[in-house]
Design a protein around this ligand. Sequence first.
Ligand code: MRU
Length: 371
Amino acid sequence: MGSLQAIRYERGSLQLLDQRKLPLESIFIPIVGPEAAWTAIKDMAVRGAPAIAIAAALALAADLVHKGDGSQFASASEAAAYVQEQLAYLVTSRPTAVNLGDAAERLTKVAHTAAASANATGKSVTADVVQACEAMLADDVTANKAIGRFGAEGLLSAVEQSGRGRGKGQAVRVLTHCNTGSLATAEYGTALGVVRSLAEQGRLEHAYCTETRPYNQGARLTAYELVHDGLPATLICDSAAGALMAAGKVDAVVVGADRIAANGDTANKIGTFSLAVNAAHHRIPFFVAAPTTTLDPNLADGSLITIEQRPAEEVTHYQGRRIAAEGINVWNPSFDVTPQALVHGVITERGLIPKAKSGFAVRTFLEDQGM
Ligand code: MRU
């Protein structure tokens, strides 16, 4: 069976799989212009830190091509200014995932560098920006495959050292949260990529996914991906995770990330922190898997991460029907921050980030990688 893809792009045209309708319906929506991309991100038609960044970039690329391949701009600097303005706008759609801000910064730089070169025109600036946007799709798949390989290796060795597994060479039972698979990325996934890589190596005994209230990314999307791939998998309620661990059914936990601060504190889907506390209590290795574009070396620690608040209706209603008592107050943060002390390893496409007593050495790691 072919791999799942949530982003359909060819030059000048972008379609996004409407993830709000999964798993019951697979409907692609055409995205015409940055405003349509902004709304698709804000309203969760596309979600997941890498996918949000790629969708925004490709919406801009399609818009530039659609409107005339750069011939619509009177000068190179006008083209660069337009690119900068659209990216600054797209970044306001959702605040927590850093991948979008990182992409916007890189693409703005591409535009200004192109505009500063000799004989630059609106067309040449547009060509460079479109090429950089399009490269993000392929780069993300390559990064995810590498995360999968490094993650499987790191996770298997941690399980072996923890003495929890069934012994050397045995398959492992892994718990994951939210959706970090093909639907949250260009393809393959980050934490779910690690699960896929374990399965490819014959080392996955079982995958457990949480339903991930209130938006049910686990029940609707991760369960869908696991079934699609034919992997041995079980869906649990978020509140069953502690009991599952206590029953000795989990050898390791692997989750994704929306932003990882310089010390390794990690913002990810609400409920991640509780899983990490539970894992620590049961001495189960807890891993975070993310591309280096999710690292934010500019933030010293997780207390500085902006956490998105989502509408109360996500909690009080289910598919348009009220399930909570009328008049109740709601607190609905989309993400929480897991302190680095609870994280055994941070897996990236460049390998695992070294950990010292004070936390993960994110800045040194990036410097060592020449990034
Ligand atoms: O609100 P969402 O669905 O965008 O949240 C997604 C997550 O929290 C993922 O774990 C994270 O973005 C990593 S996706 C590879």
